[in-house]
Design a protein around this ligand. Structure first.
Ligand SMILES: Cc1ncc(C[n+]2csc(CCOP(=O)(O)OP(=O)(O)O)c2C)c(N)n1
Length: 197
């Protein structure tokens, strides 16, 4: 390995530090500890462990009876789609099916809380969020039947393709956000959010 430092070129064995140069980790260890910011922040609780709603002035929840009925309808429908897909998988019609059973409320709640500009980077069982984004459930079945690579236009639905690789979604979302930032789109989004309609 050759290490270049200014004009001088020094040959060094792999993994051996240069003379008088502290190991990188040692150099870090010698630094005074940075002041820790208050990472805990304010504790915000919106639900009790029993699932009862707690009012918070910064997070008002204004839902009409019709809104609640709509969301409940979504919960029932996505569970029905899930049940059907499990049956199809058991009959050999689908190669695999990642069931959302038990996640209906979390998915419909998060899906319905999205603004139209938000982009979703889903894992493999986010059928409830897909439903909220207007993805035809048949498209999900096609994917799990192995006859399509996704089947929907991510930008059109603001819903990326299902991605099986665990943890990849955070990277994709971060890259996408960085792209928006570099395009100046974040300023546009902020303005739009502050001037609804
Ligand atoms: C990087 C990576 N490693 C391994 C797998 C294989 N795999 C698919 S599902 C799964 C379990 C995931 O469990 P969890 O994160 O709790 O999510 P769940 O599916 O139970 O909702 C694993 C290990 C994968 N998809 N990606």
């Amino acid at each position: 390995m050759t290490v270049e430092s200014g004009a001088a070129t020094t040959a060094a064995l792999p993994n051996q530090p240069l003379p008088n140069q502290p190991l990188p980790n040692q150099a870090l260890a010698d630094q005074p500890a940075p002041e820790m910011p208050d990472q805990a922040g304010e504790f915000i609780q919106l639900l009790t462990p029993e699932g009862e709603r707690i009012d918070h002035p910064d997070y008002p929840l204004e839902l009409s009876a019709a809104n609640i009925r709509d969301m409940y309808r979504d919960l029932v429908l996505v569970r029905r789609i899930d049940t059907e897909a499990i049956s199809l998988q058991r009959q050999g019609e689908l190669g695999i099916w990642a069931s959302l059973l038990g996640q209906e409320a979390a998915q419909i709640g998060s899906g319905r809380a999205l603004s139209p500009d938000d982009m979703v980077f889903p894992t493999y069982r986010e059928h409830g969020v897909a439903w909220c984004r207007g993805i035809d459930p048949v498209k999900l079945l096609e994917l799990y039947r192995g006859v399509s690579h996704g089947g929907w236009a991510p930008e059109e639905h603001k819903f990326h393709l299902y991605t099986i690789v665990i943890g990849s979604q955070t990277l994709h979302a971060t890259g996408y956000a960085m792209g928006i930032q570099r395009d100046g789109g974040h300023r546009l989004l902020r303005r739009r959010r502050h001037q609804p309609g």
